[in-house]
Write a protein that binds this ligand. Structure first.
Ligand SMILES: Cc1cc2nc3c(=O)[nH]c(=O)nc-3n(C[C@H](O)[C@H](O)[C@H](O)COP(=O)(O)O)c2cc1C
Length: 389
């Protein structure tokens, strides 16, 4: 009996995920000078203990200048490695494969946290290296009116940044991560290079579509050169940004990076217009799934679906329909960190709760077998029922 696809293992190069539930990268705004804290252990640890196959640590910056907020994580120097190794060990010890996203905010750096307004930070004693935390971008164009203008990177600086991605990938490997994701979405640096709205350079990194893709491709090459061949590499794209970069462009880029060693395209959208990740289309259940479907079919590469995937039956249908290979959850797994365990029960697998650690599994299996008339608190609606409401 095959059982639900969601809970079948999947092999990516030499790394096997025990199921296809992935915790999407989520900033915790809780780093201290780029270093992870106990909050990060608690956060990633509970997702691992909740049964996810892969936990991807938030966008961790390859360059000090790339930090979005004061709470960002960093891998721009070797000194960070042992701190991330502790996080890696913690995730693995609790049953998940540890992954990390590497990013650079470019012109969208140096902001207050979202709940503090997400506004440009001002110099002050609390940010001693404010001047070094410079906004850099492909071109000196602000992300929207009233936003600070970044400084355009010189050609030599672009090449240094490519190398910075490679070095951060080496550190991620040394820390013990098994999956690495390049953040090429949401209006951040790589996406800024891709975008005709943000990139008006006249060197080999600007102009034609191939030139605008060059930074993403060189970053992929630099990362692959440092990231071992037996470990999988993901690339997150804003497949549609509603600002001149869309699904066809994304398919063309996916085909190129596939040949450079990218294994999975993580299909997101938005972020080029304004600061938040936005979508011009209707934002309902699985609103980005069509992107994962298209990339998978047209670029012939594995895809990961993300965005308002909430219910177990919904996630299973995406896989059954061949629209994606992996399912990533962000806000719903904040809501319910035991989502994978819960989904397994709803889809009728894992009666013994083997996917969660014994201190949970023993008692939950006992309750399930002893109290047939008692259902867990989450057992009310699935996508079918909520769609009717
Ligand atoms: C708190 C929070 C932090 C996020 N941080 C990141 C991040 O570090 N990198 C990234 O690519 N996306 C980030 N995202 C976007 C999510 O990975 C995801 O794509 C988005 O929330 C849509 O999925 P959802 O509907 O399951 O929440 C973040 C989302 C949230 C809610």
């Amino acid at each position: 009996m095959a059982g639900p696809l969601l809970f079948q293992p999947i092999q990516l190069r030499d790394i096997t995920l025990k199921n296809r539930v992935v915790v999407a990268p989520m900033h915790q705004y809780s780093g201290v000078n780029g270093y992870p804290t106990d909050w990060h252990l608690m956060n990633a640890g509970k997702f691992a203990a909740g049964g996810a196959g892969l936990v991807i640590v938030e966008s961790t910056k390859v360059d000090r200048r790339g930090c979005g907020t004061v709470g960002d994580l960093g891998l721009w120097k070797d000194d960070f490695v042992p701190h991330f190794a502790r996080l890696v060990d913690f995730i693995r010890a609790h049953g998940a494969v540890p992954g990390i996203q590497l990013g650079h905010s470019g012109r969208k750096a140096r902001l207050s946290r979202p709940w503090e307004g997400g506004v440009p930070l001002k110099p002050g004693p609390d940010i001693p290296d404010f001047a070094d935390w410079e906004l850099v971008a492909p071109s000196a164009l602000a992300s929207s009116e009233g936003e600070p203008e970044p400084r355009a990177l010189s050609n030599a600086e672009v090449k240094q940044l490519v190398e910075a991605w490679g070095q951060a990938a080496r550190r991620a490997h040394e820390a013990g991560f098994d999956v690495l994701e390049i953040h090429g979405a949401h209006g951040y640096l790589i996406h800024q290079f891709l975008s005709p709205r943000a990139n008006v350079r006249n060197d080999e990194y600007g102009g034609s579509e191939l030139n605008r893709m060059r930074f993403a491709v060189e970053v992929t090459e630099a990362v692959r050169a440092q990231w071992p061949a037996h470990k999988p590499l993901f690339l997150r794209l804003s497949v549609q940004d509603d600002a001149g970069w869309g699904p066809d462009e994304s398919v063309r880029l996916a085909r190129i990076v596939k040949d450079k060693g990218v294994d999975v395209i993580d299909c997101s959208s938005g972020g080029m217009l304004g600061r938040p990740v936005v979508s011009a289309g209707p934002v309902g259940y699985g609103y980005q799934v069509p992107y994962a479907d298209k990339i998978r079919r047209e670029a012939g590469i594995m895809s990961m679906a993300v965005g308002l995937i909430v219910h177990a039956d919904q996630a299973e249908a995406i896989l059954q329909n061949g629209q994606a290979d992996l399912i990533a959850l962000a806000r719903e797994i904040l809501y319910n960190p035991n989502w994978p365990m819960d989904a397994a029960q709803k889809l009728g697998v894992d009666k013994q709760f083997a996917m969660v650690p014994p201190p949970y599994a023993y008692w939950l299996a006992k309750r399930a077998s002893a109290s047939k008339t008692v259902t867990p608190s989450t057992f009310r609606t699935g996508i079918e029922e909520s769609a009717r409401q």
